[in-house]
Design a protein around this ligand. Structure first.
Ligand code: 4AD
Ligand code: MG
Length: 460
């Protein structure tokens, strides 16, 4: 049985077809009913036209309403109507699943806030339906890019002992009963009695494991869920998000920046080519800059500056920022957006951040005050990628752990890698939802993941 997408793509009308899906609208005129069916395969629905010759006319067709699940058989014919190529003259319509009267998705625009409260139904709307297809295409494009570039996909663990970012933003994983957990003599929770015999957490990043694999397979990547217990109620943060993390051995910061640019352009290009209808919809309904920005980003070379230069530009900009800029502070979203949107007007790779504000694993530059970090900033989103060359020198890495008060025993194997065949290597993490946000123009990250997890909400 063909999907609606396949039916609409046919060379010509003709022949009997079967359609299964959910009704977006049902309009009943005196002698005819017009049923718009959507099956998720594309934005467009297929119009079914039925009259009294249709099997099911009395008992089924005339009672159909928005939301009903149906199966129909009919002839695919050229549509006389505007904006649709074909329609189906129904010969038989069956009701597969009816809807109660309180079906919340009626033919009007609902706010995204409201739709979040009905995440079990919102994928049936045009916008969320299109988001799911763009997400899918982007994920496939990512896997294909790495496959073509000779990367091995690594499945990193979700449960972990180590804080890969050293930022202490982890969710604890435990099978102990919080009301009655075993205690040590000192009266604290005895984690040695827990499932894994040690305190465990949900991973914040697959990077450290990706480094292991890069030091045997040279070019690897992970693509999995990551978790951050940071209390950020913003339009760009989730507590659970998907991250894409390539890691490359025998690679330094410049090679990494080139990879990031090539990677983003390839994924954007593929989605632009294959999700034409959905992107046109986003451009029309959500943000009229979506298509032009996407093309601009695919065609123009990314800018490249150091953190030092970024600070200078921001300080000399004459802008009133909420967070004043001085050397040593982390760039805030308002700074990132000014740089990429206003000053450069294109994506920007900022490198060599102060050592004090970046993770322990980043390569310490010869100047001693900066590390080989790299953030990719894009218009509207700000940071979409964060990465770095890794510290591959054992002594420097140990100093960096100590500097950040991270216990060496948690990172013993990570240190081992610096003792056995260590090589310069580098990698980055792409926030997958931010990528989807960028491509669709959706303002809130909660609307580009089917089931968002944010502070105070893990429903569905
Ligand atoms: O910059 P981050 O924290 O870097 C890392 O986790 C490194 N271990 C990556 C690496 O080098 N392998 O996160 C990487 C990206 C960010 O640039 C951002 O796009 C996204 O992940 N990200 C989030 N996306 C949604 N919600 C959050 N709370 C996010 N935190 C980071
Ligand atoms: Mg970052």
């Amino acid at each position: 049985m063909d999907s609606i997408r396949e039916l609409l793509a046919r060379e010509e009308a003709g022949g009997e077809v079967t359609v299964r899906g959910w009704l977006r609208t049902a309009r009943h005129a005196k002698k005819m009913s017009f049923l718009e069916v959507n099956d998720g395969s594309c934005l467009s629905g297929l119009q079914l036209v039925a009259d009294s010759t249709c099997d099911g006319w009395e008992g089924v067709v005339r009672n159909l309403s928005t939301g009903c699940a149906i199966e129909a058989v009919g002839q695919l014919v050229d549509s006389p109507g505007q904006g649709q190529r074909y329609e189906v003259h129904a010969q038989r319509v069956e009701l597969v699943g009816g809807v109660d009267d309180d079906y919340p998705l009626q033919k009007k625009r609902h706010s995204f806030e409201f739709l979040r409260t009905i995440a079990h139904l919102r994928s049936r709307t045009n916008t969320l339906g299109a988001v799911l297809r763009v997400r899918d295409e982007a994920a496939r494009a990512i896997h294909d890019f790495f496959y073509q570039e000779g990367f091995i996909q690594l499945h990193a663990p979700v449960i972990t002992l180590s804080d890969a970012e050293g930022a202490g933003e982890m969710f604890r994983v435990s099978s102990l009963d919080p009301a009655d957990c075993p205690r040590t003599e000192a009266g604290t929770t005895d984690w040695s009695a827990d499932f894994f015999g040690a305190p465990t957490y949900l991973t914040v990043s697959g990077q450290l494991e990706a480094e292991i694999a890069a030091l045997s397979h040279r070019r690897v990547y992970t693509f999995g869920p990551t978790f951050r217990a940071e209390n950020s109620n913003t339009s760009r943060h989730l507590a659970e998000f998907w991250m894409v993390e390539p890691e490359v051995a025998f690679c330094e910061l410049n090679g990494l920046a080139a990879l990031a640019e090539e990677f983003l352009k390839s994924v954007f290009g593929r989605v632009r080519d294959r999700c034409e209808e959905d992107l046109a919809f986003f451009n029309q309904r959500i943000d009229d800059q979506v298509l032009s920005t996407l093309s601009h980003v695919i065609e123009e070379p990314f800018g490249r500056i150091t953190y030092d230069e970024a600070v200078q530009i921001l300080q000399e900009s004459g802008q009133e920022f909420d967070f004043p800029v001085e050397w040593g502070v982390d760039l805030q979203s308002e700074h990132e957006r000014f740089l990429t949107e206003e000053h450069f007007g294109r994506p920007l790779i900022v490198t060599d951040y102060p050592r004090g504000i970046k993770a322990f694993y980043m390569y310490l530059n010869d100047d001693g005050r900066t590390v080989g970090a790299m953030d990719v900033l894009v218009p509207r989103i700000g940071e979409i990628i964060g990465g770095s060359q890794r510290e591959h020198r054992l002594d420097v890495l140990r100093d960096r752990l100590a500097e950040q008060s991270l216990p060496e025993e948690h990172y013993w194997w990570y240190l081992d890698l610096r003792r056995y065949g260590s090589v310069p290597h580098a990698g980055f993490g792409l926030g997958f939802e931010r990528l989807v946000q960028f491509m669709t123009g959706m303002t809130n990250i909660r609307d580009v993941i089917p089931f968002p997890r944010v502070p105070g909400n893990a429903g569905f």
